[in-house]
Design a protein around this ligand. Structure first.
Ligand SMILES: [Zn+2]
Length: 172
């Protein structure tokens, strides 16, 4: 199981590199990412969140698992919707993030097939969130200064409670 990297880890700020070929290593990576996402009860996970700078993400808004390799938004309606978002790399943090309401995204699936997917609502939001990760952008980078400050305080409080608390050791 991979450890999900959290805020402060420089790999989260890295722009990922296009996947040229779907090798057995990439397939194994996809398996591990899926496992990690479900284990952490996330709805999406980008490769750099586990320290790999390949341009790929896995998502599942609910019984709909997808692998997005080299995803690219090729169309969006000109309307943004603001909603609260969380992120596995920022445990205990939620911030309001504006996202395009409807998008079309082009990507390769795990078999290398090119797919164009029209998405709206939660699915469109998750895809934009993961694409941001692949470009080294986190939800707090899209928040106001005040929200960003609060988010970092919430994250630090969470990390103090969990990683450094002796009470946590017997919970594992
Ligand atoms: Zn995230």
């Amino acid at each position: 199981m991979f450890k999900v990297r959290t805020l402060g880890d420089p790999v989260l700020k890295e722009k990922t590199r296009p996947v040229k070929k779907i090798t057995p290593e990439i397939k194994a990576l996809i398996q591990e990412m899926a496992k990690t996402m479900y284990e952490q009860k996330g709805v999406g996970l980008a490769a750099n969140q586990i320290g790999v700078i390949d341009r790929l993400a896995v998502i599942d808004p609910g019984n709909d698992f997808k692998v997005l390799i080299n995803p690219e938004i090729i169309w969006k309606n000109k309307k943004k919707i603001v909603e609260e978002e969380g992120c596995l790399s920022l445990p205990s943090v939620t911030v309001k993030v504006p996202r395009w309401e409807k998008i079309k995204v082009r990507y390769q699936d795990e078999n290398g097939k090119t797919v164009v997917l029209a998405a709206e609502g939660l699915l469109a939001r998750i895809i934009q969130h993961e694409l941001d990760h692949l470009d080294g952008c986190l939800i707090i980078d899209r928040a106001t200064e005040e929200e960003k400050k609060q988010a970092i305080e919430a994250l630090n409080a969470y990390l103090l409670r969990t990683e450094f608390s002796p009470a946590h050791s017997h919970l594992k």
